[in-house]
Design a protein around this ligand. Sequence first.
Ligand code: PLP
Length: 384
Amino acid sequence: MGGTAMTKMIVPFFDLGALARNEAEEVHACIDEVLTSGQFIGGELVERFEIEFAQFIGVNEMVGVGNGLDAIRLALEANRIGIGDEVIVPAFTYYATWLGVMQTGARPVPVDVDHATANIDPHLVEQSITERTRAILAVHLYGQAADLLALRRIADRHDILLFEDAAQSHGAQSTAGMSGSVGDASAFSFYPTKNLGAFGDAGAVATNDPDIAARVRSRRSYGQGTTKYHHVDTGWNSRLDPIQAAILLLHLEKLPQWTDRRRAIATSYRGALSNASASSVLGPVDSLSSVWHHFVVRSTRREEFQDFLRDRGVGTDVHYPYSIMTVQPAVDALRPEDREAHFPVSQTLSEQVVSLPMGPWMTDAQVEHVTTILSEVPRDLLAI
Ligand SMILES: Cc1ncc(COP(=O)(O)O)c(C=O)c1O
């Protein structure tokens, strides 16, 4: 490709339309299967997805639900976490992590994250445990698993529960096994942009405990008991749609190959950034231990860096421009002592992170274009 064509290339941050267009025939076949089945709520496709995804993660039970936020709330409530309880959370994550805790009536207790991974720093967890602490909720941000070995040990030592928000880590290995399989229960989102995404809202709760799975199954469907008009619990309506389940079955088959593609893109970007400040790229040293939900770079001159890329056709986003201390409804839910606390790493990351285009929808030419532009970024724009 010649230089003029290169400068005209546009690489949006996401292009899910491209993904859908590439697999239009297969997706139409999925929808046809649901139409033919006549089963528009629950049914065989939902059950098949639950079984296949449980096998993929390595858990005994998977319960499909409406979205990732509900999955967090259902996982916690099924373990009877609620008013008066404290749940330790990273101070830097997507708002839904904190909101899932807040919706149960429990208080989120923030802990700062590690500067190299953006995941909760296990060294800081124990000092936040009180007699009200019921659980740690770890998040695997950007596709890299949190240190589950350390977190599981802490949880066991203090006889508290460990939950995982695995919305960004489908297929990522942690220090203690596959993310989503180590916690007492784990929440998945299949929001369309996720590594394993539906073409609408969808989520799931993973666990090895059949009683917890049964409680989630009941609560996702009006607290239903064993028969239709038998209600044994509270709850609401948060079921996994069969059309989404059919698409998720299709995408689950492709996930290993999509993860390989993300890793190849990450390797290419890292090569282009190899002489940037060593810590300006967030994530593992080797490209294999992350599933690269996002490829994230840090810059103290974030807007100029984003402008440089935008002027050359490369879209970016920021995940996330806040820490828990700058989201008012979350601050309102904190213990009074936490409202005065400081989380310096979370604060710094919220001011510096930039996500680059990443995903299986990218063409070779798009990856090459972003890689070339990254190699041309003035290094002082990547200083931290
Ligand atoms: C870390 C994290 N937790 C929770 C969620 C919530 O998932 P959903 O959008 O399916 O409710 C998301 C994604 O949106 C997420 O990235």
